[in-house]
Design a protein around this ligand. Structure first.
Ligand code: T4K
Length: 371
């Protein structure tokens, strides 16, 4: 049985030599940040890889979302319909923009926002919808867009988990008014810390440029109030190196996910999310749902695995709407399914280099409760 600790994920790395070689020019140029050469190169390469018309690199996924919301210029206090079954960043980005989150329930089959519940939450104050492609599961983008068009709402996707995902041959970041990706160290593709927003309206690029660089447009010219959310050159180089190996990394993850699926599908009480037709996945996360038929509760299974050195994660429990900073502060909406999912979900270890032998140990522990 496993003695070595296994975490839910582990950062993919290029070889040490590859990265060192790639950062050498930084010692020659002394140009380390402020939209340098590698920043531009990565922006161009990611536009192509993600199949999106425009892209703005940022210091992390959270600031990408926060500034993209800001770039839309919603009136203070406007309502934004979103999901609570997500990382806290999604809700923070809304609230930090002085907007009010309105939490919409999610669907049991994939954890994405329940588009059938959207219309009943729309009021005269609604400005936008911020759905999440949680675990890379693609939202019902067609129906969300239809509703947004009907009520003249903006749609910003939190695509933090959806790097490289395509739906009907289109880059996932080409849907809605904008999408936001995370390139955090724990993601399928990373720049250590980093993120990006994608969109089709070039004016958003200009706006985000100002917001991420103090509004500076010339040595003596500041045109608007902005923050500092630039990606530095060391991170950009890490991204360029990782991008070279992304297909191999996704292929490895895919093999691991297929093995998990094969081994878990017949275990009573262990459920997996459904796969949507037309989606090319990135295999970023492997969530399971621990249902009543399983002899242990989700929390008991979490503890059982942990005792054996296997650190799964309850992404996403509690719901963001139940966190101390948001509880009882916003409109009370029904979140039955989201709450159930958050009480059942457990994200399994998955990363490049995770050995099949270790995966077999995880499965054995999950199965062992029946003997
Ligand atoms: N929207 C959504 C839906 C998101 O999920 C996220 C981030 C965002 C927005 C915001 O994007 P960023 O601003 O973060 O770019 C992690 C990540 O920090 C976070 O990026 C991610 N979502 C979230 C789901 O997971 P924690 O607090 O669970 O991470 P931590 O430090 O516990 O790490 C998890 C495991 O990863 C560790 O047990 C070991 C491994 N690890 C961790 C680090 C930091 C590594 O292998 N290398 C590392 O450098 O939040």
């Amino acid at each position: 049985m496993s003695r070595e600790t296994i975490f839910v994920t582990r950062s993919s790395m290029p070889s040490y030599e590859e990265y060192i070689e790639a950062i050498k020019p930084l010692w020659e140029s002394h140009w380390l940040t402020n939209m340098g050469r590698y920043h531009s190169e990565l922006e161009e390469k990611l536009k192509e890889y993600l199949k999106v018309p425009e892209l703005s690199l940022m210091v992390n996924g959270h600031m990408s979302l926060e500034l993209t919301i800001q770039a839309m210029g919603f009136p203070e206090g406007a309502e934004v319909i979103t999901t609570p079954f997500t990382f806290i960043s999604t809700t923070h980005a809304i609230v930090r923009n002085r907007l009010k989150p309105v939490f919409c329930d999610v669907k049991p089959e994939d954890g994405t926002i329940d588009e059938t519940k959207l219309e009943e939450l729309i009021t005269e104050h609604t400005a936008a919808i911020i759905p999440v492609h949680v675990y890379g599961n693609v939202c019902n983008v067609e129906e969300i867009q239809r509703i947004a068009d009907k009520y003249s709402l903006k749609v910003i996707y939190d695509a933090a988990h959806a790097f490289g995902v395509t739906y009907r041959e289109r880059g996932i970041g080409s849907y809605g008014d904008a999408s936001v990706f995370s390139f955090h160290a724990t993601k399928v593709f990373h720049t250590i810390e980093g993120g990006a927003a994608s969109f089709s309206d070039h004016r958003i690029y200009e706006k985000l440029y100002n917001l991420k660089n103090f509004g500076i447009r010339g040595e003596e010219l500041v045109t608007e109030v902005g923050a500092n959310a630039k990606l530095n050159e060391f991170c950009a180089v890490m991204g360029l190196c990782n991008l070279k190996h992304i297909e191999e990394s996704i292929a490895q993850r895919r093999a691991l996910c297929e093995e998990y699926e094969k081994e878990l599908k017949d275990i009573p009480g262990i459920r997996m999310f459904e796969k949507k037709q037309g989606v090319k996945r990135n295999y970023g996360y492997f969530p399971i749902l621990v249902e009543e038929e399983y002899p242990l509760s989700r929390d008991e299974l979490y503890e059982r695995l942990k005792e054996q050195g296997i650190h799964t994660r309850k992404y996403f429990y509690p719901l963001t709407s139940d966190q101390a900073c948001f509880k009882n502060k916003y409109r009370d909406t029904e979140l039955k399914c989201a709450r159930k999912l958050s009480e059942k979900v457990l994200v399994m270890p998955l990363y490049q280099g995770f050995e099949m032998r270790k995966l077999a140990e995880v499965i054995e522990i999950i199965r062992d409760v029946f003997v």
